[in-house]
Design a protein around this ligand. Structure first.
Ligand code: NAP
Length: 253
């Protein structure tokens, strides 16, 4: 039986697979009940994530929503607050990456990346941070990318969105800190999810980046869990507005 005084609720977007699923399950292992969301087309996989959470004796609250649509975000957050009662931690994980040279990039692809990767973060924060402000406590954790720090060929539009996420992190940290809310970003390196594998494209590319990495391997979704739990926890109470590379040593700035 959970102690309601100590009950904590985390909210993870894009939680049907990859980093979002690992983070949702990792937060459940750390003792959180977890609100999980993803696009409607991912409903079956999202329910699998819910099953992994409930197998840990934590509650899973499951909603289908597109983070780039304000009406869907607002309705989902309202439903989550009604059903779960509180949101202590927001993990903005949902994101997209379609490779293209800047020269060839079409307008729709540019817009889609900024709608999901940047506006999605803004809309989620606008919906949830007021609830955190009212409680004078909260943790926002944005999943950015090392691409947003250094820029990567074929990912100019994606890298620009992730630079924007790092900037939004720094600004929201300044705007929400007085209400006991910390806002931090994680910059994963190459993580072997569907997105990570599509990005690399070949076994040769995997081997190349394994060789480049100081730790001589690429990341797994579980590698992102510890840093998320740190930013979610009291251990990071005096850390805000920061962006942490979690990349096995392929990028050092
Ligand atoms: P993934 O395997 O592609 O999973 C992303 C999830 O987000 C998918 O379920 C996807 O659904 C969902 N999603 C996409 N658009 C959405 C929207 N508008 N609203 C709600 N959900 C949406 O990606 P991942 O590798 O786990 O990446 C998770 C996060 O880490 C992303 O922000 C990504 O940019 C970041 N990241 C990943 C890597 C890497 O190497 N994997 C590196 C650096 C940063 P659909 O598949 O149906 O679109």
């Amino acid at each position: 039986m959970q102690n309601t005084q100590q009950r904590r609720v985390a909210f993870v977007t894009g939680a049907s697979r990859g980093i979002g699923q690992a983070v949702a399950v990792g937060l459940a292992q750390a003792g959180y009940d977890v609100v999980i969301t993803d696009l409607a087309r991912q409903e079956a996989d999202l329910r699998k994530t819910a099953g992994l959470i409930t197998a840990l004796d934590r509650k899973a609250y499951t909603y289908l929503a597109d983070v780039s649509k304000k009406d869907e975000v607002d309705a989902t957050v309202q439903a989550a607050l009604r059903d779960a009662g509180r949101i202590d931690v927001l993990v903005n994980n949902a994101g997209i990456l379609k490779l293209s040279l800047l020269q060839d990039l079409d307008e729709a692809t540019w817009d889609a990346h900024f709608d999901v990767n940047v506006k999605g973060v803004l809309l989620m924060c606008q919906a949830i941070v007021p609830h955190m402000r009212a409680r004078k406590s909260g943790r926002v954790i944005n999943i950015a990318s090392i691409a947003g720090r250094q820029g990567v060929a074929n990912q100019g539009h994606y890298a620009a969105t992730k630079s924007a996420v790092i900037t939004l992190t720094r600004v929201l940290a300044q705007e929400a800190g007085m209400d006991g809310i910390t806002v931090n970003a994680i910059c994963p390196g190459i993580i072997l999810t569907e997105m990570g594998r599509n990005n690399l494209g070949s076994d040769e590319a995997v081997r190349h980046w394994e060789e480049v990495a100081a730790l001589k391997r690429l990341g797994t979704p579980e590698d992102i869990v510890g840093p998320v739990c740190f930013f979610a926890s009291e251990q990071s109470a005096f850390v805000t507005g920061q962006a942490l590379n979690v990349c096995g040593g392929i990028y050092f700035h």
